[in-house]
Design a protein around this ligand. Structure first.
Ligand code: BES
Ligand code: ZN
Ligand code: ZN
Length: 496
């Protein structure tokens, strides 16, 4: 799909659909909507009067062969109250319009921004909204719906003096959305098509073509480095584990700048191991590598956006299988850091592989750590599929991430990680145990476990178990992998 910046006045654009958005206000006939209404001989005023056009959030009003316009259709999308309108709403409008028109076999459309919205930020979020909305999970369908494909989206309403900002925004938006879709593609792959080695190959290929440094540690190197926690999960599978390391080095590194470590859980399939999961819904556990895929996607975007700080991405990847060599409840493992772990539940494997992941990221020089993981069912209980669970050891750093989440329209909610919870994972026979002792707070216990391996480095943990996968489609996004947290993390790194 192409997305570009058009130059024509809206009335003469020859397109299958001209799209704009309408605010919910006493008189919605304002600015550009009033201009369209004027061109169309008062059609929109009439629709507004009859109650068919109200501006309510994501209301669609479709008019065929509108008078006074060269466009074959006019689509007006409700934008809600003007005071509440922001770039997150505009992103959703662009995405929802695309999916609405695509389902009606429209192949190209022009999106006219409202007065005042011809900015870099608008262009960026429209590109993000349209490109992420266009993503479909049809890779393995032998018959693709070719009649339902958007070829071109054109942006309209940018004056000559606003064009360079528009182009800049489009380019940034394209980079971010394509990286998000790259991550979503990986997340969608079933475990027979995406083993830890295949994930590593794909990450390596991406990194090389993007100009990033990359190193893949195989099972032997992982053993040499004594990554006992990762190895303990991997030992139940015939598929060998991999530790993927991708590094971005800025053109000019500032002295004293932080080095960001991005660590992502990539369990390519989580059966639970010997503490096996119920079969119902187990197929979904192919997305247990979403945290890793997201971090790899972030690196892809950073390679183009070129932030001023160094970023080290560490992705431990393995299957969690109940094979004959699998670890068993009660087994004691030694992590790379030297800490001993009593594995009371083999299904709490994400925290084990992240223990070695965060430790290794620090050893490689990361000063600030962020991990993303589909870590717990408990976060789904707490926050459902709405908010990402955020846990942080350093409030200023966490506040910075929450500000980035807000700026990029990703919902995140902070959860506690104070020392009272440390008790939950205190070991009886080893230093720590990998699950809490039956006192609730499952998502927090998971976070506390990872925290044990972060030393004194500022650290943030994102539990994306509830938000990395949409069970139902949204007007602006297909069902399936979401690529959540990628935009926030790119924004955060770019803000240094
Ligand atoms: N991958 C799961 C967490 C998960 C659950 C992701 C639901 C997506 C949807 C993780 O490895 C896991 O199994 N966690 C256990 C931990 C428990 C044994 C302490 C859980 O949440 O049940
Ligand atoms: Zn598990
Ligand atoms: Zn898991």
């Amino acid at each position: 799909m192409q997305i570009n910046l058009g130059a024509q006045p809206f009335a003469v654009i020859e397109t299958e659909a001209l799209v704009s958005y309408v605010f919910e206000e006493t008189d919605p006939m304002q600015g550009r909507i009033a201009e369209i209404d004027h061109s169309a001989g008062g059609l929109l005023s009439k629709l507004a009067k009859s109650g068919e056009l109200t501006g309510k959030n994501l209301e669609f009003t479709l008019v065929h062969s509108p008078a006074g316009l060269k466009a074959a259709r006019l689509l007006l999308v409700g934008a809600g109250k003007r005071e509440q309108f922001n770039s997150a709403t505009l992103r959703k409008i662009a995405g929802a319009a695309l999916r609405y028109l695509k389902s009606r076999s429209v192949k190209n459309f022009a999106l006219l921004v409202r007065e005042g919205d011809a900015t870099e930020e608008s262009a960026q979020v429209i590109a993000e909204g349209a490109l992420t909305a266009d993503f479909e999970s049809d890779k393995y369908k032998t018959e693709k719906k070719n009649d339902k494909r958007i070829d071109t989206v054109s942006l309209a309403g940018f004056a000559e003096s606003e064009r360079s900002a528009g182009e800049k925004g489009l380019s940034k938006g394209r980079t971010i959305a394509e990286s998000q879709n790259f991550a979503r593609d990986l997340i969608n792959e079933p475990s027979n098509k995406l083993t830890p080695s295949i994930l590593a190959q794909k990450a390596e290929a991406m990194a090389k073509s993007a100009g990033l440094s990359v190193e893949i540690l195989d099972e032997k190197k992982i053993a040499d480095l004594k990554m006992g926690a990762l190895l303990s999960v991997a030992q139940g599978s015939i598929e060998p584990p991999r530790m993927i390391v991708i590094t971005y080095n800025p053109p000019v590194a500032k002295t004293g700048a932080p080095v960001i470590g991005l660590i992502g859980k990539a369990v390519t399939f989580d059966t639970g191991g010997i503490s096996i999961k119920p079969s119902e819904g187990m197929e979904k556990m192919k997305y247990d590598m979403a945290g890793g895929a997201t971090m790899i996607g972030v690196m892809r975007a950073l390679a183009s956006l070129k932030p001023g700080v160094r970023v080290i991405c560490v992705v431990p990847s393995t299957e969690n299988m109940p094979g004959g060599r699998a670890q068993k409840p009660g087994d004691i493992q030694t992590a790379m850091s030297g800490k001993t772990i009593e594995v009371l539940n083999t299904d709490a494997e994400g925290r084990l592989i992240l223990a070695d992941g965060v430790h290794y990221a620090r050893q490689l020089g990361a000063t600030h750590l962020i991990d993303a993981a589909t870590l717990t069912g408990a976060i789904v209980v707490a926050l459902a599929g709405v908010n990402v669970g955020v846990f942080g050891s350093d409030q200023p750093f966490t506040d910075k991430l929450l500000a980035s989440a807000k700026a990029t329209g990703e919902k995140m909610w902070q959860m506690p990680v104070d020392d009272d919870y440390r008790e939950f994972i205190k070991g009886t026979v080893a230093d720590i145990q990998n699950i809490g002792s039956g006192k609730g707070g499952g998502a927090i216990t998971g976070a506390m476990f990872i925290k044990e391996f972060t030393g004194d480095s500022p650290w943030i943990h994102l539990d994306i178990a509830g938000t990395a996968w949409n069970d139902d489609s949204k007007p602006w996004l297909a069902k399936g992998p979401t690529g959540v947290a990628l935009r926030t993390l790119v924004h955060l790194v770019m803000s240094y």
